[in-house]
Design a protein around this ligand. Structure first.
Ligand SMILES: [Zn+2]
Length: 249
């Protein structure tokens, strides 16, 4: 009778080493992938100190800050700084408070709009007369705000253009179509920091000849220009300041 192989192996004992897989705890793992390090260096998220202060934001940088009541975005350009609330949180956190600050609005009203009114609107109207879109920029160069006429190719439904450096405001016209943010506009505004403006509903007999929409574009976050309340408009009229969108143009 052949030996039972099964029985023959019964006496063999082997030390069994348990196979332990090393698992990293993502909450305590301090080894940062260099690609993550690069992303976080260029677009960091900070926690708002309750008792101290945030480190200063470097020029040309943008960062997110989680504060007591929400997520904020901050940006620093040579021509203005901005802190805007991106969204509220479902509950208060044990962090410091942060307030919105808007230095873009003064640039918009005092620097950009005079260029739009005096230099851009006549050009946009010339194209609108032919039923064509139009594109122009306000740039910040040598410490000053300038109209930049980029090379562009316009049709009745699109405009292709060269993008300059140091953009402050990106202005385009939809001629007689209403001003709105198209999918192409959203894609064009998805990166960088600028004020975006779209002109439309062109009617030469109307004053002003264009309607307009405005927004701040901060690395893909869009903040629509809010029309002032009736009380604010009345106060501005008393102060001889007209800051409604229609008043701006
Ligand atoms: Zn558009």
């Amino acid at each position: 009778m052949p030996p039972c192989t099964h029985t023959a192996r019964l006496g063999v004992t082997r030390a069994v080493t348990p196979h332990i897989r090393k698992r990293r705890n993502p909450l305590t793992d301090t080894v940062l992938d260099k690609r993550d390090a690069s992303i976080q260096k260029h677009f960091p998220t900070l926690v708002m100190p309750k008792y101290g202060t945030l480190p200063p934001l470097e020029m040309h940088k943008t960062r997110l800050v989680i504060a007591r009541d929400g997520l904020y975005i901050q940006t620093m350009k040579p021509w203005a700084a901005l802190t805007k609330k991106v969204c509220a949180l479902p509950k208060l956190l044990p962090y410091g408070p942060l307030e919105e600050t808007d230095h873009f609005i003064a640039v918009l009203e005092e620097k950009v709009m005079p260029i739009v009114r005096e230099e851009m609107l006549p050009e946009a109207a010339r194209y609108a007369e032919k039923g064509k879109e139009w594109q122009g920029f306000v740039v910040f160069e040598d410490g000053d705000f300038k109209y930049h006429l980029s090379k562009f190719k316009a049709t009745c439904s699109s405009v292709k253009y060269d993008v300059p450096d140091n953009i402050v405001a990106d202005v385009h016209s939809h001629h007689s179509m209403r001003p709105f943010w198209s999918g192409t506009d959203n894609a064009d505004d998805a990166g960088g920091v600028k004020i975006a403006m779209v002109l439309g509903s062109y009617e030469p007999a109307k004053v002003p000849a264009f309607d307009m929409k405005l927004r701040y574009c901060i690395e893909g976050f869009f903040f629509d220009y809010e029309e002032p309340s009736t009380e604010e408009i009345l106060e501005d009229l008393i102060q001889k300041k007209i800051t409604t969108i229609r008043g701006l143009i």
